[in-house]
Design a protein around this ligand. Structure first.
Ligand SMILES: Cc1cc2nc3c(=O)[nH]c(=O)nc-3n(C[C@H](O)[C@H](O)[C@H](O)COP(=O)(O)OP(=O)(O)OC[C@H]3O[C@@H](n4cnc5c(N)ncnc54)[C@H](O)[C@@H]3O)c2cc1C
Length: 370
């Protein structure tokens, strides 16, 4: 189908690209999303949908600012999206129990969350038992974050796509390799095997693949895929309703009896797979924590490629050396959570407005000399 020339071309239709496209289209811009394959089927689909809390007024680090901005936007964004798309994305505030190896570590973590203006309580043994009755270690050191939320990724991506279409966003999937014609500091046009677009503004949101597109433009960036595997269990009755986190691993219960066990962190290139070691490690983690999960059925396994960056923070904003290029990539483990804030920042910058939060810590060229 012939496409009309857009004002803004977005390369990559994961959660970052689709949310940005939606906000731009709702501001009246004509937007085209190009995707190498299908939109919403990569890391954004694969993630666990955990949405940690934050406080915009009190957060001080770049990570906390973007997390907090996004946390403040999620409830209304989820409601708006449901109204627009007719899809309930499963956004709900479920709370999270975080387990630690010592009571001192739990106290320190709770103190840090509170310093950043977020509710956090250290749990007694009986409080921990109330949240997770079947926990193996009932005397474990733990804290509770009551404002922690979750969303169901596939539903959220589907809702975003529908809302984008209703807002007039155009799509080209299976777009093939992008080739750029650059005049001075301006990208004049973008070619695919099927189309040529003369675009005033271009935004790169291709997740773990963004470094490949930037290389075409002669700008190396250290964004690379970090594989994460997930095992999904099905139980007849949920043994707990909050998220449980132990270090970088977690259990995420859904209201229909599904429980996601995540995740691994593997530097194996662009190779999606579930391995014996990955799956058995996740099952051991879950069943040693909550022994009654030994009877759960394995519903499904999958893996996804997180867009990793050396400091685990996204590259976000304009790309120096170009006057019509922006980037939003490298969100690593937090791209779902940070998507409303990321999209608000990108859409405002692309429209010529200022960012709602300081962008210190996110510059796309911060790794240039390292
Ligand atoms: C197992 C796992 C668990 C996770 N859990 C969480 C969590 O609980 N909470 C959280 O916040 N985050 C989580 N994440 C991280 C989160 O999923 C990612 O940070 C986020 O999805 C990145 O979104 P994205 O839109 O940047 O990239 P992606 O979703 O990967 O989208 C990139 C898109 O770009 C397209 N593309 C690729 N190359 C090109 C090209 N050359 N031209 C055009 N398009 C291209 C792809 O096809 C894809 O559609 C998890 C990730 C994994 C894998």
């Amino acid at each position: 189908m012939p496409l009309s020339q857009p004002d803004i071309l977005i390369a990559g239709g994961g959660v970052t690209g689709l949310t940005t496209a939606l906000l731009l289209a709702r501001e009246g811009a004509s937007v085209l999303v190009l995707d190498r394959s299908e939109t919403g089927r990569e890391a954004s689909w694969a993630g666990a949908g955990m949405l940690p809390p934050g406080n915009v007024q009190l957060s001080t680090s770049p990570e906390a600012r973007l997390r907090s901005l996004s946390h403040s936007l999620w409830p209304k964004f989820a409601a708006d999206l449901q109204e627009l798309s007719g899809i309930d994305n499963g956004y709900r505030v479920c709370g999270s129990v975080l387990l630690f190896s010592s009571h001192a570590a739990a106290e320190a973590a709770a103190g840090q969350w509170r310093k950043d203006g977020t509710n956090a309580s250290v749990l007694s043994g009986s409080q921990l038992n109330d949240h997770v009755p079947g926990l193996n270690k009932s005397d474990a050191a733990a804290i509770f974050l009551p404002q922690f939320a979750q969303v169901r990724n596939p539903r959220h991506l589907k809702a975003l796509r529908i809302a984008c279409e209703l807002a007039g966003v155009q799509f080209r999937e299976q777009a093939g390799t992008l080739k750029f014609t650059v005049h001075g500091e301006r990208i004049h046009s973008v070619r695919t095997p099927a189309d040529q677009f003369t675009c005033p503004r271009i935004c790169l949101t291709a997740g773990a693949w963004t470094a490949g597109i930037m290389a075409e433009l002669g700008v190396p960036i250290p964004v690379k895929p970090i594989r994460g595997q997930i095992v999904q269990l099905q139980v007849a009755r949920l043994p707990f309703e909050c998220v449980i986190e132990v270090g970088r691993r977690y259990l995420v219960p859904r209201t229909d009896g599904l429980i996601l066990i995540g995740s691994t962190e593997e530097d194996v290139g662009f190779h999606k797979a579930n391995t014996a070691e990955g799956v058995s490690g996740l099952l051991d983690f879950a069943t040693s924590l909550v022994p009654e999960l030994r009877d759960a059925e394995i519903a499904r396994t999958w893996s996804g490629l997180r867009p990793g960056s050396p400091d685990e923070l996204p590259l976000l904003g304009s790309v120096s050396g170009f006057d019509n290029l922006w980037i939003g990539a490298g969100h690593f483990r937090a791209g779902l959570q940070m998507s409303p804030g990321t999209a608000l920042i990108l859409s405002q910058l692309i429209l010529g407005n200022s960012s709602p939060i300081p962008l210190e810590g996110f510059a796309a060229d911060r790794f240039r000399n390292s």
